[in-house]
Design a protein around this ligand. Structure first.
Ligand code: ZN
Ligand code: ZN
Length: 355
């Protein structure tokens, strides 16, 4: 029998979120059900709710894709998880599983389109849409559930499910490690984890920021260096310096300036998404044989690897824990850049009386 759970969702785009109830499907043979302990608030939750990604695909729409919870029920064919296990769910809850890309463990690039944890048509329930982690409980296929090491603080681990894997995957892919110089552009939810992950991998890490304002914060996060880009001098002084630049800013940056900072065969990777164009200067790209690439979160096996790495190096997000009733205020504060560095919702507060 489907069960009704308390959640927070949007009835219309550009309206505040409100207490709602949604149905969770019965646990199928390959499904697990979890009680949600914590759910992070990612900027792309807000993009769905503010209409940036178009009209809401379903009403109400329950966002949330940085989920940590405990398994409360397992399907008859489930092999990997037991009741009581600490687990996580990130951006995806399904993909075609048969294309070359899925078989290579890169389900986020599935040729037939992955199923987002919310706002996607749900292959498990024809006619229904997936609903996300701003809720008491969720049901998902075990293949898209990852194990959260018990040695991690579960609240501070929640943002690893999106922000963490989003920075870990390209750092790993482009070889961040001892004897490499990595620069992180932007020091928000993604950037602060970029600094921590790159340091844990052994890289020499520089934060590139518009002004002096975040220098102390960068040092506290473990950055080795800090350079101010606002007056342009960093682009001259640090020319041909970095092996890898991780751009976490969700707005256009001057690509020729940042590409000029890359040394031989260096790579600038964008993980912050903007719909505005960013012109590339091909001459600068050709010099030093530089690359400019993008990256979209990560595959399931890679997400598990990231969580195990995070546990080994004790990497978690710096968070501010809130109750569900404070989600709308949190959205306003994120828009005002007033958060260090991630809001996480306490899952026990979804059951509260409607405000
Ligand atoms: Zn996200
Ligand atoms: Zn596929």
């Amino acid at each position: 029998m489907p069960t009704t759970v308390n959640a927070f969702g949007a009835h219309e785009a550009r309206h505040p979120l409100a207490p709602v109830t949604i149905e969770r499907r019965d646990v199928g043979p390959h499904d697990v059900r979890l009680d949600i302990l914590y759910c992070g608030i990612c900027h792309s939750d807000m993009n769905f709710v503010d209409g940036s990604f178009g009209p809401l695909p379903v009403s109400p729409l329950v966002p949330g894709h940085e989920i940590v919870g405990r398994v409360t029920e397992t399907g008859s064919a489930v092999t990997r998880y037991q009741v009581g296990d600490l687990v996580g769910i990130g951006c995806m809850v399904n993909s075609c599983r048969t294309c070359d890309i899925c078989r290579a463990g890169q389900e986020q690039y599935c040729l037939n389109g992955h199923t987002l944890v919310f706002a996607s048509p749900d292959p498990a329930e024809p006619g229904a849409h997936t609903q996300g982690g701003y809720s008491e409980a969720i049901v998902a296929p075990e293949d898209f559930v990852v194990r959260v090491p018990e040695t991690l603080d579960p609240a501070a681990a929640a943002p690893l499910l999106c922000a963490g894997i989003t920075v870990y995957a390209p750092l790993k892919r482009f070889g961040a490690g001892p004897s490499t110089k990595v620069a992180v552009v932007g020091l928000g939810g993604l950037g602060h984890l970029g600094v921590k992950m790159a340091k844990a991998m052994g890289a020499d890490v520089t934060v590139l920021s518009q002004s002096q304002r975040k220098r102390d914060a960068a040092t506290q996060l473990g950055a080795d260096h800090y350079a101010v880009t606002g007056d342009g001098t960093a682009f001259t002084e640090l020319a041909n310096t970095f092996d890898l630049i991780l751009n976490t800013v969700s707005a256009p940056i001057s690509l020729p300036d940042y590409l000029g900072l890359l040394r031989l065969h260096g790579t600038l990777v964008s993980v912050g998404v903007t719909t505005q164009p960013m012109p590339v200067d091909v001459m600068t790209l050709c010099q030093n044989g530089r690359s400019y690439v993008g990256s979209l979160f990560g595959g399931i096996a890679e997400t598990q690897e990231m969580l195990d790495f995070a546990a080994e190096h004790q990497v978690t997000a710096d968070i501010e824990l809130i109750g569900a009733q404070d989600i709308n205020t949190a959205y306003e504060r994120i828009n005002a850049s007033d958060v260090r560095y991630r809001f996480v919702i306490d899952g026990s507060t979804f059951a509260g009386e409607p405000a």
